[in-house]
Design a protein. Structure first.
Length: 141
């Protein structure tokens, strides 16, 4: 790897790390609206989803995922629909809370599954994990 390629890679990674994405906003929204435990579980779900993507990349299944991109497109739209559903539900429940009624807590596993759906539906980690590190290693030899 040349110095120019390495510096370009470092700049791209720094930019990607500094730019908040849907995963960061999910954790923040859960932390503000539902507390630390929900935010932590959403973060664990995001980490689990990223672990799935890393495992797929390491197994060489990234090419398969790129070939069947429609599966990820469906997953992305399903995740967006689920987030809209949650937003509408929160919006409707805001009037119930203002009336003094207690809102029951949903299962904690929902925050975890939300994190997984965000991680698997976000295209940026797939692109990041699709970089084949073996090609970089071959240039070093």
């Amino acid at each position: 790897m040349t110095l120019t390629a390495f510096l370009a890679y470092c700049a791209a990674i720094t930019f990607a790390a500094a730019t908040p994405g849907p995963a960061v906003f999910t954790v923040i929204a859960n932390g503000v609206s539902r507390g630390f435990v929900r935010a932590f579980l959403a973060g664990l779900g995001i980490a689990a989803g990223d672990a799935v993507l890393v495992t797929l990349a390491l197994l060489g299944l990234v090419a398969l995922a790129q070939t069947f991109e429609w599966v990820f497109l469906i997953l992305k739209y399903a995740g967006a629909a689920y987030l809209m559903f949650l937003g509408i539900r929160m919006w409707r429940s805001a009037s119930a809370r203002s009336d003094g009624l207690e809102v029951t807590q949903a299962r904690l596993s929902r925050s975890f599954y939300l994190g997984i759906s965000i991680a698997l539906g976000n295209p940026v980690p797939r692109i990041h994990h699709a970089v084949d590190p073996r090609s970089q290693c071959n240039e070093l030899r």
